[in-house]
Write a protein that binds this ligand. Sequence first.
Ligand SMILES: *[C@@H]1O[C@H](CO)[C@@H](O)[C@H](O)[C@H]1NC(C)=O
Ligand SMILES: *[C@@H]1O[C@H](CO)[C@@H](O)[C@H](O)[C@H]1NC(C)=O
Length: 343
Amino acid sequence: MRASGCFVFLLFFLFSSFSLGSLALSDAEASFITHRQLLALRENDDLPPGYEYEVDVKFTFANPRLRRAYIALQAWKKAIYSDPLNTTRNWEGADVCNYMGVFCAPALDDPQLMVVAGIDLNHGDIAGHLPVELGLLTDLALFHINSNRFCGIIPKSFSKLTLMHEFDVSNNRFVGQFPKVVLSMPSLKYLDLRYNNFEGELPHKLFDKELDVLFLNNNRFDSNIPENLGNSPASVIVFANNKLKGCIPRSIGKMVNTLNEIVFLNNELSGCLPSEIGLLGNVTVFDARSNGFTGLLPKSFKGLEKVEILDVSDNKLTGFVPENVCRLPGTISTVRPRHVSQD
Ligand SMILES: *[C@@H]1O[C@H](CO)[C@@H](O)[C@H](O)[C@H]1NC(C)=O
Ligand SMILES: *[C@@H]1O[C@H](CO)[C@@H](O)[C@H](O)[C@H]1NC(C)=O
């Protein structure tokens, strides 16, 4: 049996980018914070036009956009329930560009103006919610709040953040359906939603976006993978550890020139592995471990010429691993279909 020539290689790379476990926020606290957010949200979770003119601010600012940023950041500070590392302690006064975790840069449309272009509160351990006022930060290109304890939903007002390039809310306590508001960020390239409690369907429009990187892993998504998966120009897509169902769409073959890593690990996917996967000559990681795939491993897999990690173990694949797959040049290629006869 040729399969014995290949060995199993467990993947830990998914879990290596941040450490988990030190954050303690009880479910009761999370639901309390979420409740506060829902109370604070107006009828819908959008900002009324001209909202910033209704707010009384005692400071003067170098330009009106910094005034709006001040209103947004003060509303956010108010929505924070716990900040054990004192990250937001200096969020006071008019000099928003000096607030910890807040980054200013010349405005793209008017280089004379300094504006808030980035927020980086990664690993802040902050508990709280995102207020609608954050929609006033219309110059924001980068929003990184990974590894905090933010709860509730991503407000609709985030659709006003049309310059957003990198949106990383991973490793928080966000809930609800896929945050469709990210679909209306036209310049978005990096979307990281992993390690939250998002649930329900993946919208097909997600795969028509010009993303470079898409992390969806470790949520509770439970739909099919939309048929237009192959429209995505992303080089990295991670679906791991959800409850996704159905087949891998055949359109995956269209990703030949762009796809580098794709991870389906630990979902409830089924059906045959489409032979189009073998077209992905630039893929270095293809991981479909721990699903319900059936049938034979397609001979076309020999086309995965650059693969370094290939894992289809813990499925219901039958037959033998084609010899040419075991001979793929990647030195840590790993294939171990579970033979039905061994069950
Ligand atoms: C944060 O501030 C409080 C009150 O000033 C202080 O007791 C605490 O030690 C500070 N924590 C850190 C991590 O600096
Ligand atoms: C790999 O990607 C390049 C473009 O980056 C493309 O020209 C080439 O055809 C791809 N190779 C294979 C084997 O698909």
